[in-house]
Write a protein that binds this ligand. Structure first.
Ligand code: GLU
Length: 264
């Protein structure tokens, strides 16, 4: 395909289940590999925006709680604790590879408001001009309702790709891509390598409310793919277990599930 060899601006979304161990604690080896690959892509001339979950998980580990609470207020507090922990780790790893990170926390009402959206847009532009890596998350401690919540970082990443005018959105997941049926309960499920049109039927059939450590699941990823491709940004879903997979895609390989932009 070779389609994405020359793309310049990349948004990578990585979910909590990829960033953490089964225990819920941060998977430092994987985060370090991810940061090394992203740093190297930057060294090769690409611009990188990272949409990272993991704040609540990092907060749970930092606060020494055994598992994520169901209480929303406590979750918000843990997100506040964990966000700075997460940034500390990203800052340290990116600094080791010679790059500067920056933090952007968004809520839905920011992007729904044309003035505030344009401020966010120009901040992304300025940060990328300065050679920084913007690291984005939902501002969980202050977003609880439908007006302020994106409904997970899959959806957030699609809006970020739009606001950043990205060339490609890559969703690093804990599955290889979209399957024709739920692979967790159907061993004969087949990976779908290309999806031309995302229908409501597909979104409803995708099922899967995500895992204990992630909120996304395939339904949110399909909704994200619709938002992203409608905005003119192609999206991929790929397995983030080994972040070096990003090289294969950007070297021209065909991996995971590709959602091309519709031509009209
Ligand atoms: N914003 C949440 C966090 O940082 C994750 C939401 C999601 O994974 O969709 O923990």
């Amino acid at each position: 395909m070779g389609l994405f060899k020359n793309c310049k601006r990349i948004v990578v979304k990585v979910g909590s289940s990829t960033l953490t161990h089964g225990s819920g604690a941060l998977n430092l080896r994987r985060i370090e590999t991810l940061v090394r690959v992203l740093s190297d892509l930057k060294n090769s001339g690409k611009e990188v925006v990272l949409v990272s979950s993991g704040a609540v998980s990092a907060g749970v580990a930092k606060a020494g709680i055994r598992r994520s609470p169901d209480n929303i207020g406590q979750k918000q507090a843990l997100a506040a604790i964990g966000q700075s922990e997460l940034m500390k780790i990203y800052d340290r790893f990116f600094s080791d590879f010679g790059h500067t990170v920056s933090q952007i926390l968004l809520t839905r009402d920011v992007l729904d408001n044309p003035h505030r959206r344009s401020l966010a847009e120009s901040t992304f532009e300025n940060l990328l001009d300065m050679g920084c890596v913007p690291i984005v998350n939902e501002n969980d401690p202050v977003s609880t309702d439908e007006l302020t919540k994106f409904g997970g970082n899959d959806i957030l990443s699609a809006y970020v790709a739009e606001v950043c005018h990205a060339d490609i959105l890559i969703n690093l997941s804990d599955v290889d891509g979209l399957y024709d049926k739920d692979p967790r309960s159907n061993p004969d499920a087949v990976l779908v390598s290309r999806v031309e049109a995302i229908t409501d039927e597909m979104i409803n059939a995708a099922g899967g409310a995500g895992t204990e450590r992630g909120t996304g699941g395939m339904t949110a990823k399909l909704k994200a793919a619709k938002i992203s491709t409608d905005a003119g940004v192609p999206m991929f879903i790929m397995n983030g277990e080994n972040p070096e997979i990003l090289y294969r895609l950007l070297d021209g390989g065909v991996i995971g599930t590709y959602f091309p932009v519709k031509k009209n």
